[in-house]
Design a protein. Sequence first.
Lengths: 516, 431
Amino acid sequence: MAVHEQPRGLLFDSADWDFDKVQRVHDAIAGIAHGEMGLDTYPNQIEVITAEQMLDAYSSIGMPLMYRHWSFGKRFAQDETLYRKGMRGLAYEIVINSSPCISYIMEENSMAMQTLVIAHAAFGHNHFFKNNTLFRQWTDADGILDYMDFAKAFIARAEERHGHQAVERVLDAAHALMNHGVHKYPRKRVMDLREEQRREQERLAYFEQTYNDLWRTVPKSPATSQGSKDLAERKRRLRLPEENLLYFLEKNAPKLQPWQREILRIVRNISQYFYPQRQTKVMNEGCATMVHYHVVNRLHELDLISDGTLMEILHSHTNVVFQPDFDDSRYGGLNPYALGFGMMQDIRRICLEPTREDRDWFPDFAGNGDPWGTLRAAWADYRDESFLLQFLSPALIRRMRLFALHDDEEAPDYHVTAIHNERGYREVRKTLARMYDVSRMDPDIQIVDVDLAGDRRLILHHRVEHGILLDEDETLLVLRHIANLWGYEVRLVEIDAATDMTLREFDDVGPAVVLG
Amino acid sequence: MNIIDRRLNPKGKSLANRQRFLRRARQQILKAVREASGERSITDIAGGERISIPADGLKEPGFRRSSHGGVRDAVVPGNKEYVEGDLIPKPPSGGGGGGGSADGSPSGGGDDDFRFMLSKDEFLDIFLDDLELPDLIKKNIRRSESYSLTRAGFSVTGSPSNLNLTRTMRNSLSRRIALRRPRPADIQALEDEIRALEDSGRDPERLSEARLLLDGLLARSRRVPYIDPLDVRYNRFEQVPKPVTQAVMFCLMDVSGSMTEHMKDLAKRFFMLLYLFLTRRYSHVDIVFIRHTHEAKEVDEETFFYSTETGGTVVSTALAEMRKVMAERYSPGDWNIYAAQASDGDNTSSDNATAAALLEDAILPMCQYFAYIEVGAEYKDWLGRETDLWRTYKTLVRPGGNLAMRKVRVRSQIFPVFRDLFSKERAHGGS
């Protein structure tokens, strides 16, 4: 980066914004963010939009380009009604994980708010997108806009060629399965001969080392029956079980047309693109909030913004990180901004002024004097669940007065299982981390078998955790969608993960309309 | 960093999505609009409308866990008094969980109705959808004041906005090839060569030759222009007259003393709706307003709807006035003629026979459709007698005929009756 010269005097002194001021503020923030905090960001692109355009962007899940579908129109109508009634404000910004990183700012906002937004989105979120391992692994920031452009054009063309209704049916079905259209684990790499040979040798060496003649004397298990062999072979060929339902249908549904498969693929890719965001809400917002908080304070220390500006910014900041108590009527779950920001401030404190307790709990970084380095490492390598498990400190549990509740449907009461005391810290931390485990947020549903020889029925299993079944009405609708894509009947069985007992079976659902 | 001003980007990016959404929810919206329209006054029908529709057909289902049952663990903030092992009684109703479950903030919003605003245009379109004037046939197409533009090849003159770039460039290219206009790359190559020769100073012979060649090329490219006025082509459009079906609607309203305020209100509402429907759906429908007491007069729209008058009732005067206007301006050979009459059903008893005769002999044969609305008192006459006019007209109703009769007592009946009179099914059934 070029050597940054600190401008003298205030960056701006009136509430109105203009492009020069935005540029100046951006450069000043870049100096602090890159120079002092060591952030590493994609190049920024800041786009000024109106409130109506912000509503537009909302309804298409924040993407600047999106194909057309009625559900986005529905969301727009909903948001617009709420906004016009004054029941909901608009977000200050929307930021897109792309390279260059696009941040939308609204023309209505004051210059102070624009400063906050630029620090928050164009540096905080931007750094997180570029560095967090999940985003690096799963999303292609350079290609996403081009891909969306392709997707939009493809679906528009399909509508022209096959009619709105036909396309809508496929999209409806695909949207219903969107959360089950992600690969949660990196797929196999392409085989590399040398690598394979090396592994083969390692295996051989291991086998030789651990060879024991005794194994020869162990009686062999009875030969497996032909039927189960067939089953195993079939499952191997179809790569079952498969938890990426959209992927399976795209590749294997017998009746779909190529364009329909492509639509499934588009929805699947978008879902995959957003998968990291769902796993890192607390960290992503925490990171952005942490960055803007320190940037504006530094701007103020350097006399680049006035007291009034700082006050205006802090006012918004405080609103954003407000966490109502559980018995407050405003309570709506844990605020990811509050939790993330609280934890990161706490990490900074532990790095700079650790107590004895902190040294016990976080020996590897307590008092290391490098808060930004520690935070950068955390931002890069964790997701919400592991971040909470690793970094939630007793001090913060005490401050937020977190406590764990156990809710058994059978029992008449909630049971307080842990509070902010010596015995409870670990329990609270563990329970909280589990709440953010994305694999627990979505029910575990897999395609386990296809009756290819018989009536081609598709069989899905839901591994039920803690006895929480699926919502019956919705599940029936989704099964209908799957049946439409698959073209034959579909059956879902809910099986208790702990005991392998069948808890509930949905009757076979046949296709209502035959796609393809 | 880039700053891009997107504020001037075209608005309504989500318009296409909205249309898809309205189409998707069409049935529900239609129902909601019908219900909403019963309650509101006609004057605000022209405004937008907030409607709410059941969320059923708009569900976006997904595999979600049920909100009840099973065992859940959650962490919540703000502990004030609890210690480990405490029991907190659950709130009586199962839902909500007393803020106990952090994942309990529903994203869907439950089974609540879905509320949103329809714009005025959307509202009217949906409201007036599938209504039409019955039996509208193409009579003499005399007036064709509407034209549509149709592509009609290319022309060498035109306005710059109609410039056809592809054609123009194609002509330009072929002319340049034909006249051997030197390509810029050739000139560039020659210039480079000359420069190289000048620098090196070798081969002066070739140098002078090249210079000569270059002069020739430059002169030629000046003589043969890149784009010549000869090349330019414009898209040509031709005006094609669009056939127009002519129709006229006669609105006959009784404003006599026997009409109470309530009845006048009903009648005016009916005509306003009719007016809205005609002006919105048919650009070439004339509307003739006739109001009558014991005498009838053709009036303008403003007078018809807003001015007051009183007197006795002689229905036949209105029909006679209509016949007169028809004879003067709207020859049945050229025009589709429609009429709607609103009255409380009172008539001077000596006039009934005249009115019936006039209607049967002079008007019904000329009309495509004649709708009679009888506005009644809010509470039914306890004897349930039929009015004079109703009884008179009833004798003229024939199955498959063009006379339709309806009664309206309260505001909420206007819309259903109106729809009934002008619905498409009726139109097909009647013709």
